[in-house]
Ligand binder design. Sequence first.
Ligand code: AMP
Length: 296
Amino acid sequence: MTGETTSTADPVASAPGLVGTIAGIREAVAAHRRDGRTVALVPTMGALHDGHLALVRRAREIADVVVVSIFVNPLQFGAGEDLDRYPRTLESDLAALGRDGVELVFAPTAAEMYPAGEVETRVTAGHVGTLYEGASRPGHFDGVLTVVSKLFHIVQPDHALFGQKDAQQVFLVQRMVRDLDLPVRVEVVPTVREPDGLAMSSRNRYLDAEQRRIALALSESLAAAESAAADGLDEVLAEAAGAFGDHDGIELDYLVVVDPETFLPVVEGAAGPARVLVAARVGATRLIDNGLITLG
Ligand code: AMP
């Protein structure tokens, strides 16, 4: 080392403003708005990875100010789920968001968001909210839509960004925005994957090396579904399920092909675009993935 100061790899990042209160984030956003800036919101539960950062980068492209919320929302976790052990990595999250030039991070406590404990008033996700993820996690999507709705009212963003990784969530958020006439434009960002195909997820860090290998069955099942798409629904389901046959240590939760417009299961003989949804348990870790196919 020569002791010279150089500005090589890491451009000097300024830490985002960290705000923990509803009043504080309203005030900070209002100050930007007074200066005529547009605002994008990226709701997250933290433990950020490159999937989250893809949302942040897209937000940066479409709005002047990027607000990232980091809140592990108790309302969307069921009894016996991983609320308590969900990874919380605020310091490294802030560093990553600083490198991407995020202006504001809203990281409230549960007491700030739900001062009376659990809320009585909720947004309900309707029938689709009870299927697939909603069948395995009763009440999950009501909890998601309730907190997303609260975040929209608190931040009042022009844009909100969500990942295609959580396809059912995106469908339900978009429908809530339409049904309730919420003045926000929802933008969906494609799923970011590890080089071997595993969809990035905060929960991947629960996996040991063997489980990490086994977890590839999810993305492999989607690839198998895509290869069989021209042969119709029954072939798609058979081939996609086959990807789980070779693995011990993974338990398929659901594998379903849905109409992207209604999110209801397609029937044999259907043709055109369809989305394959898959969920599986690897040890104690539940993972989900999805992909678009064109049924022949
Ligand atoms: P989470 O922190 O898991 O609630 O995710 C926050 C947002 O990031 C959601 O809109 C997710 O769909 C999105 N997201 C999570 N993982 C990925 C990924 N691998 N690719 C793209 N978006 C993702």
